[in-house]
Write a protein that binds this ligand. Structure first.
Ligand SMILES: *Cc1c(COP(=O)(O)O)cnc(C)c1O
Length: 390
């Protein structure tokens, strides 16, 4: 068989298992999307606070720009000529907001997670990662020279034993977790992780707040703000691409870690910096983030409603956040249910292996603060009409 035939066969196998992926032809219309001519409420967006949709904010930002200051490219890595002053300003703003010594920004959360772990690990490093961490963290671990052990999801007794057994065998141990998990929408207990890591001087803690930044905490800084442990986390990472409605990512950390990353992190060094105009927009939005608390409240209310409805219906719902899975098990069931919801005007998408473990296919609702109460009621009615889960 030729290589091309092999590829065709593999794609055919994916198709037979209902796991073939395609790029959707999709048009955006505010809170709605239009797919195949059908308008649906977008229940799959990462625009958690509805900020990407806010024309007034965009208008206000546009008025701050002139042809002189509207810079659509940095033309270079920040270590060469791409280091515009807006970068330093954003990093100072982040450090001030979080109350940390320093901050550093990256082109995306994917760059952050694939770059930081390889930079700070060597063959004498052990990474202990939650079983359910995001693909970008897995890739970062693969690119690193560290040994890695995955602990069962949020099972801190197992983690504690792994720390006991291994702390004297390695120069450095890095515990890696998300705060809100991408697929189950449940949360890490950051305070407990801080307690565990403080038992040994050579243990560092890495927390990815991709889904929590903007959404959690009084000022929207994430679960670490909510759990009051920002300065106890060695690598506190988040993306600007979700709730903040921009692009890029950050770490807030000690000064020495920032300087170390600037010198060692390949996904920081060997890439063209984000366009200055994007960084300006991030800074503009960050300035306003604390003020968006009403949107955070609205999102919390809607999320509670949907989670309660799923539980009442008999679904096992691990979520404690605005990411709410309806777990069907089989891929084909997830697909069929998603299609039903789409016919009713709700753009909910199925998530299948390998994104989630075999046998845990699901519809993943990703809620935003803009969903109206009447829409949530209609969605809950649709789900409730469904046959009982087995
Ligand atoms: C989305 C996401 C990322 C990637 O961030 P981008 O800025 O989109 O590259 C990283 N980690 C988690 C947990 C995510 O959900």
């Amino acid at each position: 068989m030729t290589t091309i035939e092999q590829m065709q066969q593999e794609l055919q196998e994916l198709k037979e298992k209902s796991n073939l992926r395609k790029l959707p032809a999709i048009t955006h219309e505010g809170r709605n999307v239009i797919v195949d001519g059908q308008r649906m409420l977008n229940l799959s967006s990462n625009d958690y606070l509805g900020l990407a949709n806010d024309r007034k904010l965009r208008q206000e930002f546009r008025e701050t720009l002139t042809t002189e200051t509207f810079l659509p490219t940095s033309s270079s890595s920040r270590l060469l000529t791409g280091n515009f002053s807006i970068y330093d300003r954003l990093e100072q703003q982040l450090a001030d907001d979080f109350g940390t010594e320093a901050a550093l920004t990256f082109n995306s959360g994917y760059h952050a997670n694939t770059g930081i772990l390889p930079a700070v690990s060597n063959t004498h490093t052990l990474i202990l990662a939650d079983k359910l961490v995001h693909a970008s963290l897995i890739d970062g671990i693969r690119l690193s020279a560290a040994k890695c052990i995955r602990y069962r999801h949020n099972e801190y007794n197992q983690l504690e034993r792994l720390l006991q057994v291994n702390h004297s065998e390695y120069e450095r141990i890095i515990v890696v977790t998300e705060s809100i998990f991408s697929m189950d929408g449940d949360e890490a207990d950051l305070r407990e992780l801080v307690r565990l890591k403080k038992q040994y001087p050579n243990v560092l803690l890495y927390v990815d707040e991709a889904h929590a930044f903007g959404v959690r905490g009084q000022r929207g800084l994430g679960c670490a703000e909510e759990q009051d442990c920002i300065n106890d986390i060695d690598f506190l990472v988040g993306t600007f691409g979700k709730a903040l409605a921009s692009a890029g990512a950050y770490i807030v950390c000690r000064k020495v870690i920032r300087e170390y990353l600037i010198n060692k992190m390949r996904t920081f060094i060997f890439t063209t910096a984000l366009p200055p105009v994007t960084v300006q927009w991030t800074s503009f939005m960050l300035e306003r983030l604390a003020g968006f608390w009403q949107r955070r409240e609205a999102l919390r209310f809607l999320s509670n409603q949907l989670r309660e409805a799923l539980k009442n219906k008999g679904y096992d719902c691990p979520s404690t956040s605005h990411i709410v899975p309806l777990i069907t098990g089989e891929s084909c069931v997830a697909i069929r249910k998603a299609e039903e919801l789409q016919r009713k005007g709700f753009y909910a998408l199925p998530v299948r292996p390998p994104t989630v473990p075999e046998g845990t296919s699901r519809i993943r609702f990703s809620l935003t603060a803009e969903i109206r109460e009447s829409e949530m009621e209609k969605l809950i009615n649709e789900i409730s009409k469904d046959e009982k889960p087995v």
